[in-house]
Design a protein around this ligand. Structure first.
Ligand code: DGL
Length: 282
């Protein structure tokens, strides 16, 4: 594996761009490949087998583009597919975990809220986190149907998005939560509105920066950093030299403006080729 190779990142859609932002901040010299599987978002509505098949096929695509590591920038795909990905591919596979641990360290009221998809809240990873920390704090899980779709549509602050968020966030605050975990990578794009609804006394946290740090560590340990570790650390505030390439399974007319909006720069987006390499998509 060559340290100059790119890092592959994927999500059910555009939400993983929130993780890509943190990866870019932490690793300014790496070349990044991003796949938004927006034609199939939200993954939360699909079967576990579908998500696993899709995650394997997208990973194979990223590996065909020389990816030296894969970041599963999707909590839902992490729950459904990370075990299959790790048993299939030998490179570092970095995945999401809702930021419950830092939330437990942060809360003073002893009550934390977790906003996530229904599938993430019901998945083994979250059930394990819940079992580990629920003796110390009260954990209120709040499923948020409809929010992924709002971010996919680029609607970060419109009336419908606000109504949905009020419906999901206000009950958590009323029940005493002083820390809200964003357990879906789409939600950090809604953080300003979530913070406004929750009020200034509530901390809103996500795990994107922790995932970027974990990626950094894994690359460092494997001698896979594009530039020597010390040099990368010293250049974090310097000009980015890495590049980004974006693919979408959606139509380019709708995908390009939304990816550019969320990436905060006008970018080229390519159409993801049809992926056939694993079992037929159900
Ligand atoms: N960004 C995905 C996540 O973090 C969205 C979930 C979905 O597509 O259902 O879970």
């Amino acid at each position: 594996m060559n340290a100059a190779n790119p890092i592959g990142v994927f999500d059910s859609g555009v939400g993983g761009l929130s993780v890509l932002h943190e990866i870019r901040r932490t690793l300014p010299n790496e070349n990044l490949l991003y796949v938004a599987d927006s034609a199939h978002a939200p993954y939360g509505d699909k079967s576990r087998q579908f998500i696993e098949d899709r995650s394997i096929a997208i990973s194979e695509f990223l590996i065909s583009r020389q990816a030296k590591a894969i970041v599963v920038a999707c909590n839902t795909a992490t729950g459904a597919a990370v075990t299959a990905l790790r048993s299939r591919f030998s490179m570092p596979i970095i995945a999401m975990e809702p930021a419950v641990k830092p939330a437990v360290a942060n809360t003073r009221s002893g009550i934390i809220g977790v906003l996530a998809t229904r599938r993430t809240l019901a998945g083994d990873n979250f059930v394990r986190l819940f079992a580990r920390y629920s003796a110390e704090v009260e954990i209120l899980g709040q499923a948020c149907p409809g929010l992924v779709e709002q971010v996919e549509a680029g609607d970060l602050s419109g009336k419908k998005t606000r109504l949905l968020l009020e419906h999901y966030v206000s009950p958590l605050v009323e029940q005493g939560a002083d820390t809200i975990v964003l357990g879906c990578t789409h939600y950090p794009f809604l953080a300003p509105l979530i913070q406004e609804i929750a009020g200034p006394a509530v901390a809103v946290i996500d795990s994107a920066a922790a995932v970027a740090r974990q990626l950094y560590r894994r690359l460092e340990v494997g001698n896979l950093l594009a530039v020597k570790a010390g040099v990368v650390a010293a250049t974090q505030t310097e000009t980015t030299t890495g590049t980004e390439c974006f693919w979408t399974s959606n139509g380019l007319d709708s995908a390009k403006p939304i990816i550019s909006q969320l990436w905060k720069r006008d970018v080229e987006v390519c159409r993801l080729p049809l992926l056939h390499s694993v079992t037929a998509i159900k």
